[in-house]
Write a new protein. Structure first.
Ligand SMILES: Cc1ncc(COP(=O)(O)O)c(C=O)c1O
Length: 422
């Protein structure tokens, strides 16, 4: 039996309709931005394999970090025990975020980083004997697929089977110049109830909603309102973290700091599953020196896996290197040029960019949404041209690893332009 047949026989893939005869592309190896199929075809990974890869595939320094760590310590229980990779990584994450007094709580992925943030926020009020249960999020939000992270996400077809089981969350429209006053009034009305524990948001860019972007000044004002009302701000930087928006973290574009920060995806440079929730000391103090029953009783078997932490620390070092920062600036510049080049084309409904993210909303007879039916044509067209793009409906976006060269990125743009100029 071929690998494709075995894949069909034995595997259920994520976000994939179970249509009989569906064939996965089997990848045999990868290097830099290139994925190689078992037939020897080369495909540019222009979306960093679901936004996780920062420095390219099979990176020498990351391979070395992983191998060396595997020879020392592959894993150890993280309650009562600790290890150097987790300790050094936590120190570096806090320092680079600019959270000088705080703590890092490790978990496994983006959804669990969000679950941990929500639970810590809620329990911090419980521990003060002043329970608050209300959460506020943005319409269109995506924070993951576990129940808590689904609950703070937009109510849509993805979570429709579970609507009745999701806890109640108040949703605000994403702010823009035209609706900002109304969004502030809606926020104020929720805060007036005095039961808002936290406001959770994807800072500056809503990823899964179609790379929807909004202004730092708007977010900053909303965060200030929440703080004034005694609520907490949870920045879900699972996608925006590690340079995607041009700064190391999107939160650094606001003057107000969040109380909790969720990290994953780029955290390990795309090598290992790892989640981290950064917690300000002002929140942590509600768990410190408290009675046993006020402990945060949460953990995962692979919390702070040493292999993942070691590779994450090396990935962060690489990210901070001047050459990587120069690549981020160059990609940002190329994005801006391409935006100018295509914005007047007939098929372009809207085009936007922030840092290394570029999104092009295509004009067709349907509304912009993940369910816009052009998605499948786009995906197949790009794949046939040797470029992995996974459009969110009619929104084509690029989010490449930072090692992509000028020519490789230009090649991606040429393929996109060829499609929209047809
Ligand atoms: C902003 C955001 N939060 C959370 C998640 C969930 O992360 P994971 O898929 O690792 O559970 C995602 C995934 O796309 C995301 O974009």
């Amino acid at each position: 039996m071929s690998l494709i047949q075995k894949d069909q026989n034995y595997i259920w893939h994520p976000f994939t309709p179970q249509t009989s005869g569906y064939e996965s592309v089997i990848i045999k190896s990868a290097k830099g931005v290139w994925l190689y199929t078992q037939e020897g075809e080369a495909i540019i990974d222009a979306i960093s394999s679901w936004w996780v890869n920062l420095h390219g595939h099979a990176h020498q320094a990351l391979n070395k970090a992983l191998q060396e760590q595997s020879e020392r310590l592959e894993h150890v229980i993280f309650a009562g025990f600790a290890h150097e990779p987790a300790i050094c990584l936590a120190e570096q994450l806090l320092k680079n975020f600019g959270m000088y007094v705080g703590k890092v709580f490790f978990s496994d992925n983006g959804s669990t980083a969000v679950e941990v943030a929500i639970k810590i926020a809620l329990q911090s009020f419980f521990n003060q004997d002043k329970p608050r249960l209300k959460l506020i999020a943005f319409e269109g939000a995506y924070h993951g697929d576990t129940f808590g992270s689904m609950a703070v996400g937009d109510r849509n077809a993805f979570n429709a089977p579970f609507f009745d089981l999701l806890f109640d969350v108040s949703f605000l429209p994403l702010p823009s110049d035209t609706n900002f006053d109304a969004v502030c009034s809606a926020m104020q009305a929720h805060l007036a109830q005095e039961n808002v524990a936290a406001f959770i948001y994807e800072p500056l860019v809503q990823g899964a909603a179609g790379m929807r972007m909004y202004a730092p000044e708007h977010l900053e004002t909303l965060m200030q309102m929440v703080h004034l009302a005694g609520g907490l701000c949870i920045a879900d930087e699972v996608m925006t973290g590690f340079g995607r928006t041009g700064t190391l973290f999107a939160s650094q574009q606001m003057r107000v700091q969040p109380d909790l920060v969720c990290l994953s995806k780029g955290l390990t440079g795309g090598y290992m599953p790892l989640g981290a929730t950064l917690v300000q000391e002002s929140v942590y103090k509600h768990f410190q020196n408290k009675p046993f029953l006020k402990t945060f009783f949460h953990g995962h078997s692979f919390t702070a896996n040493p292999l993942a932490c070691a590779v994450a620390k090396t990935s962060l070092d690489l990210l901070l290197e001047a050459s990587t920062q120069a690549n981020i600036d160059r990609i940002t510049g190329q994005n801006k040029c391409f935006l100018e080049e295509i914005k007047q084309l007939k098929r372009v409904r809207e085009v936007r960019t922030m840092g290394t993210i570029l999104a092009i909303e295509l004009e067709n007879e349907q509304v912009t949404s993940y369910f816009n039916e052009e998605r499948q044509d786009l995906y197949q067209y790009f794949l046939q041209k040797g470029v992995l793009l996974r459009p969110l409906g009619n929104v084509v976006y690029t989010m490449p690893p930072y090692c992509i060269t000028e020519n490789e990125l230009q090649r991606v743009f040429d393929v996109i332009k060829a499609y929209i100029s047809r």
